[in-house]
Design a protein around this ligand. Sequence first.
Ligand code: GUN
Length: 300
Amino acid sequence: MTATIIDGKAFAEKLRGRVASHVERLKAEHGIVPGLAVVIVGEDPASQVYVSSKAKQTVELGMASFKHELPADTPEADLLALVHKLNNDPQVHGILVQMPVPDHIDPNKVIDAISPDKDVDCFTPANVGKVQIGLPGPVSCTPLGCLLLLREHLGSLEGLNAVVIGRSNLVGKPMAQLLLRENCTVTIAHSRTRDLAEVARRADIVVAAVGRPLMVKGDWIKPGATVIDVGINRVPAPEKGEGKTRLIGDVDFAAAVEVAGAITPVPGGVGPMTIACLLANTVTTASLINGLEPPKDLTV
Ligand code: GUN
């Protein structure tokens, strides 16, 4: 039996619909237009694509988009000054500085400069702490997207064994925290974990977020488990023509789909959810900044 394919594209579309209706309501009832500022430093092509996509979808949902493209040699002080300006701009409710930043800029200083009230990435220590103790606020976009997909597919996650592979601040750590809040028994595995295959095989839920193409094999998956593949790895695809590439996940999909109960594809799984969650977070912060209750159907 092959696994159910979890359609992240379709679910992201539904989430965007809910975001759009809250944007309408904020405008009509409170005269608030949620605004998202996206800052990119340098010309990394993949980052450029993400940032353009973020700006486009922001506008599509009726929000205000402020895009700041800075040259790769922008001094750190100039970037920090822009962040401070955005912190004080009443039209801006969310600030996202696309990572990674060039080597001469300290990402931690950038994160520290962002007002926690506008931190739609949930990168600041204040917001990381709020997620940990369950206070309202933005939730890391990719983990939020993963959890919404898991809840949609499984309903309650209570008591399930969840194994998160990867311990990044961007995905692994916040994902583990959210699964713990759902009453899962959570294991965080990483590159130094012994017997990783055996650890993964105990999981009812596997979240793969390591950034290594096809690392998670079919025989690492317990029959019937739910597999969430966060990996977005661009690899050469000579079969499509010279110089062509394609996206593959951290999971060997072809093998895992034969064992798992459900699995997210790459592309079309977690990826589309991340931007939808960013826009949901912008409505959350716009609400909180204005003293309003954040919508319950945009978060976890
Ligand atoms: N680079 C890759 N993913 C992300 C993200 O979610 N937020 C930011 N700021 N940068 C990223």
